[in-house]
Design a protein around this ligand. Sequence first.
Ligand SMILES: NC(=O)c1ccc[n+]([C@@H]2O[C@H](COP(=O)([O-])OP(=O)(O)OC[C@H]3O[C@@H](n4cnc5c(N)ncnc54)[C@H](O)[C@@H]3O)[C@@H](O)[C@H]2O)c1
Length: 256
Amino acid sequence: MDQRVSVVTGGGSGIGLAVARLLAEQGPVVVADRDVSALEGAETPGLVAFAMDVQETGDWRRLVAMLRERFGVVHNVVHNAGIAPIAPLIDSDDEAFDRAWRTNVRSILVGTRELWDLLVAGRGSVVNVASVAGLVGQDASAAYVASKGAVIALTRALAIELAPSGVRVNCVSPGTTLTPLLERHFDSIPDGAAARDHLTRRHLLGRLLTPDDVAPTIVHLLSPDAAAGMTGGNYVVDGGLTASFDYGNSFAGGAS
Ligand SMILES: NC(=O)c1ccc[n+]([C@@H]2O[C@H](COP(=O)([O-])OP(=O)(O)OC[C@H]3O[C@@H](n4cnc5c(N)ncnc54)[C@H](O)[C@@H]3O)[C@@H](O)[C@H]2O)c1
């Protein structure tokens, strides 16, 4: 297969890093992250660290200038960088709302606009990382829930705009995935161990997901062969979390 050029935002950790490692089998992978220190330590062959803040349009333009000069084309873009601010609405300030919007949503709009020519040149593909929180509600997370719902919606809109240029745009919504983001969350709440046990039980597979559970679906959607017919979709990788409501024992032993 010809070499394919990839960009993964937030590729320095968690789900993004797992995706970047898989994509490195196809060609150079630019890992665009505000914290590339993990990557510099890991020295994974094929990964090119690029320090940037996805909230900043100027940083996207620096990235595009580098990509244009070094590769002249982009085939795979994964908008994965995200933050998950947790706080009751009543305790959330405007700055927290703006940061969630700029990091999780606006970055995809700006980044896709700036990468447009390079993506069209490669007849490339985009995958946005949303969340099950874009599909069902989540406590103390209104800004996050709103941002992930927006990611699913904007995926459809971008798929419409880019289809005439041969570029596909899809979305993946992971369930609870064991990454540094999730570990920080469990550490930050009063009974993280109980929350972890509860969430583990709520996933039908009886375990939380790992980045390696999620990354192959993202890579599949990027494939110009395997996923040639897929655009505008949202693909849930959640271990069955959203497949069922928690009925407790409402049906156990019943025979009516
Ligand atoms: N972990 C989960 O349970 C879970 C579930 C559903 C969706 N997601 C989504 O998956 C994506 C990846 O999450 P993760 O759990 O791997 O998180 P993570 O914190 O382990 O990794 C996120 C990466 O994004 C980078 N990043 C954050 N803000 C940035 C910015 N402004 N500019 C550049 N880089 C930035 C961080 O430095 C980090 O390397 C996020 O969009 C998250 O919302 C995660």
